[in-house]
Write a new protein. Structure first.
Lengths: 703, 131
């Protein structure tokens, strides 16, 4: 490419041109100052021919001299600028060698020395402050790791700001949600469940009640946890705490209801055995003496009576067990009706009116489960009975029960239709409640039935007193974790975000990335080469989260090319046991949901991913940043944009290369170091980075 | 109250449990009622419409939700004909709430299992006599 010389070089060239012109002018003046006769004599001299040669060689001499003088100036400015950029942004120990003339090199290096020293001083004080912060963070992390409860702290946008290892173990499941910093808690729980609980929480706060909600909620993959929601309002932090214990954990107490139940079941079997034996004896001996017959009948009678008692005990224990696992919430009437109304209004698409009798105060109910039942009935009534104008009425039924009526205008429910509804599940989809309409009522320890008028009634257990502040029995998590070396599961810096919702507009520093890499059987996806390993790691706001990684081999029928095998070292035997792409790719897609993808030479990996994921209905259409393009953008004059070259340039040590996860980590580390350099070039947001990449020459490279 | 003598009256027993059916038939027959039986809700409704029994015994454990629906349908039928029909449900899981539901669906009494034959006979007699 043709470049205009820099001003200094231009000046030097001008001077040399002037020298040449002056020499020419002096020669010409001397020539014309001679007498014509003298000129003739000179011309006639055979050595005259040497004169132009002399002139030419002096011009050449001037040229060589000039070049010698200016040698170091040619291309000096871009070299110097680049070196200074590097020095400032990523490598303060960099020194000039032959990029510029000696004196410039000397002064620049002296300045660099000073810069590095000052930077060191500043870094020292930053480091001291950071260490103090780290100590506090370590303490918090140690504390969290000691908790037997799973703990999540979420911002008011439901993104996870903190989690402890127990929470990760409890909630992260293969194929389902991942717990991680910056991830939304909705990947683990249904949104409606969380929103419902948070609404209950804010209602309690408004009423000035103890700000916590205890309930049992289900994860998207259908496991239940006892959850406690409390609000988070500290300084500028807004959000909520969520502490959890698994709901299906065996009781620590040895004589818990389960133990007692198994004991009782044994006894019941004994009673049945004795009664049957007595009856069989009586049948086999028709000629028994009267007293024997009477005794056998007595035995059969007594044993079946005990059998009945045992079974009654069993049922009571079962109920106790259920109550222990699923404690009903104590709710005041207004809270319950408000919650129900809010959940109903979206499905009936109209206002729902409410009427609470004066003598109804507190009741025991699972408001979320109950509201699912009401939603189900309202939806069906609208569809099948043309119901409109829904109304909720709470009245006292008798001393023990409160009647919750859902009334409407339209047709009443035929008894047979209700009988059919009672056997239907009230929700569908992932994380749906597993209950039928009848079970919804039974779970409230009540019943439900159709009214004669258009509507339905739920009986709810009335509670005489407001609930005590006693916490319910909490199970303890099985897992105990060692405190991690680096407490990465806390990040309050995630809060507050800039509030810009469009990802393109958000600063690069603020985003959440999934740095990933794949290993493949070869280089040609179009000829059938396939992915055999995927590794990924999350980068959240400039921090590489070493706990939040994805790593999986992928089964492949494709033979592995010699070249590829030399690179990554996988043999077909290693892949024989690996899970298939059909199960790995959906998991990986969930892992990188809502993040920006980050890869080195991303076009290559994406091509493979798309080819194998599209048939499964999975698409990776999130924004993609490519460290290769970013490097080409930052160092247009350098040739090496391989991972190693960029790593060396940015001071990233390369360990564990050519494993997918190893390369993903190197990519992540490089990217984190490139961010300040991009910012120095005025590339602050994701949108700007994507646009700039598009323009670089490498962007035209296609696989 | 219907003044007809007990012998001319009939009872309908609805259950799909043969053992229970045998016992109930034995008891009710011993009370002097003629006995019809049904093992599902549809045939129960047809029988009830045909013979209009004075007493219907419904086994909720065998019929579940449809047992409650049967109660409501039969009580509607009796009301429409302006004739009395004593609806009695039998249930193992009799709680305060399920009793309330049974009554709301039209049952006159909820009898708990397991039952003592003599006590059951007494209860049914009281119901039939309206006391």
């Amino acid at each position: 490419m043709m470049r205009l010389p820099a001003p200094a070089t231009r000046g030097a060239l001008l001077v040399s041109l002037l020298c040449v012109a002056a020499a020419c002018a002096t020669g010409a003046a001397a020539w014309f100052a001679l007498q014509p006769a003298t000129r003739d004599v000179l011309v006639a001299d055979p050595r005259f021919a040497l004169l132009p040669l002399l002139a030419a060689s002096s011009v050449a001499l001037i040229g060589i001299g000039t070049h010698h003088l200016l040698r170091r100036h040619v291309g000096m400015v871009p070299r110097l600028t680049h070196a200074l950029d590097l020095l400032r942004e990523s490598n303060p120990s960099l020194r000039l060698t032959d990029e510029a003339p000696q004196e410039v090199t000397r002064s620049v290096n002296a300045l660099a020395e000073y810069f590095q020293h000052r930077l060191g001083t500043v870094e020292n004080s930053i480091q001291e402050a950071t260490e103090a912060l780290e100590r506090e963070r370590d303490l918090l992390a140690a504390l969290l790791a000691q908790l037997h409860e799973a703990v999540l702290v979420c911002g008011d946008d439901a993104r996870i700001l903190l989690y402890n290892p127990v929470a990760q173990d409890l909630l992260s499941r293969e194929g389902y949600g991942f717990v991680g910093l910056g991830r939304t808690v909705f990947t683990v729980f249904r949104r409606s469940v969380i929103v419902h609980c948070l609404e209950r929480l804010s209602e309690r706060q408004v009423r000035g009640e103890a700000a916590e909600v205890r309930t049992t909620i289900s994860t998207r993959d259908g496991r239940f946890v006892h959850a406690r929601f409390t609000p988070l309002a500290q300084g500028s932090l807004r959000g909520f705490f969520l502490s959890m214990t698994p709901a299906d954990l065996p009781e620590q107490d040895e004589r818990g209801p389960q133990e007692a139940a198994s004991h009782t079941a044994n006894d019941a079997m004994l009673r049945a055995t004795h009664a049957r034996a007595a009856l069989a004896l009586a049948r086999e001996h028709p000629d028994l003496a009267v007293e024997d017959r009477v005794e056998l009948e007595r035995i059969a009678d007594a044993e079946t009576l005990r059998l009945g008692e045992d079974l009654t005990t069993l049922r009571r224990l079962q109920k106790e067990e259920r109550r222990r696992r699923w404690p009903l919430e104590e709710v005041p009437a207004e809270t319950l009706t408000d919650a129900l109304r809010r959940r109903l209004e979206p499905v009936v698409e109209a206002d729902v009116t409410i009427d609470i009798a004066a003598d109804v105060e507190w009741m025991r109910a699972e408001s979320y489960v109950l509201s699912a039942g009401l939603r189900f009935v309202a939806t069906r009534a609208r569809e099948q009975l043309s119901a409109t104008a829904f109304h909720i009425r709470l009245s006292r039924f008798d001393h023990d029960f409160v009647a919750l009526d859902l009334q409407w205008q339209g047709a009443p429910i035929p008894a047979d239709l209700w009988a059919a509804w009672e056997e239907e599940r009230v929700q569908s989809g992932d994380g749906a409640l597993p209950y039928t309409l009848r079970q919804v009522a039974r779970r409230q320890e009540g019943e439900s039935w159709p009214l004669h008028a258009p509507g339905a009634r739920w009986l709810l257990a009335s509670s005489a007193l407001p609930p005590s502040a006693e916490p319910p029995v909490a199970g303890s998590a099985a897992a105990t974790m060692q405190p991690p070396a680096r407490p990465e599961f806390v990040d309050f810096d995630l809060y507050p975000a800039t509030g810009v919702t469009d990802q393109r507009e958000r600063p690069l520093r603020e985003l959440i990335y999934t740095a990933f890499d794949t290993e493949t059987t070869g280089l040609a996806p179009d000829s059938g080469d396939e992915i055999i390993a995927i590794g990924a790691i999350r980068v959240v706001q400039g921090r590489i989260l070493s706990r939040e990684v994805f790593e999986s081999l992928v089964h492949s029928k494709q033979p592995i090319g010699i070249e590829s095998r030399r690179i990554h070292g996988f043999s077909p035997a290693m892949l024989a046991q690996a899970p298939r792409a059909e199960s790995v790719l959906p998991q990986f897609a969930r892992f990188c949901e809502d993040t920006v993808l980050l890869a080195h030479n991303a076009a290559f990996d994406l091509r493979f991913l798309e080819r194998q994921a599209s048939p499964l209905g999975i698409h990776f259409d999130q924004p993609v940043l490519d460290t290769l393009l970013l490097s080409a953008l930052l160092y247009p004059e350098k040739d090496g944009h391989q991972l190693e070259s960029i790593a060396a340039r940015t001071g990233v040590s390369v360990v564990g290369r050519h494993t997918a996860l190893g390369d993903a980590i190197v990519t992540a580390e490089i990217f984190v170091r490139l961010i300040p350099m991009l910012e120095a070039k005025g590339i602050d947001t994701l949108g700007e980075a994507l646009d700039a990449c598009k323009k670089t020459w490498y962007a035209r490279l296609r696989y | 109250m219907n003044a007809a003598p007990l012998t001319t009256r009939s009872a309908l027993i609805v259950t799909s449990e043969p053992a229970l059916l045998y016992c109930l038939r034995f008891i009710v027959h011993g009370m002097g009622l003629s006995v019809a039986t049904a093992d599902d809700v549809i045939s129960a409704q047809a029988q009830a419409a045909a013979i209009h029994p004075a007493l219907v015994l419904i086994d909720l454990d065998a019929l579940g939700s449809r047992g409650f629906a049967l109660c409501r349908n039969l009580s509607g039928m009796a009301a429409a004909r302006k004739k009395s029909m004593h609806l009695v449900v039998l249930s193992l899981r009799s709680t305060a709430a399920s009793e309330a539901k049974a009554r709301a669906m039209g049952a006159e009494a909820v009898l708990q299992k397991p039952f003592d034959p003599t006590a059951l006979r007494q209860q049914l007699n009281q119901i039939l006599l309206g006391t």
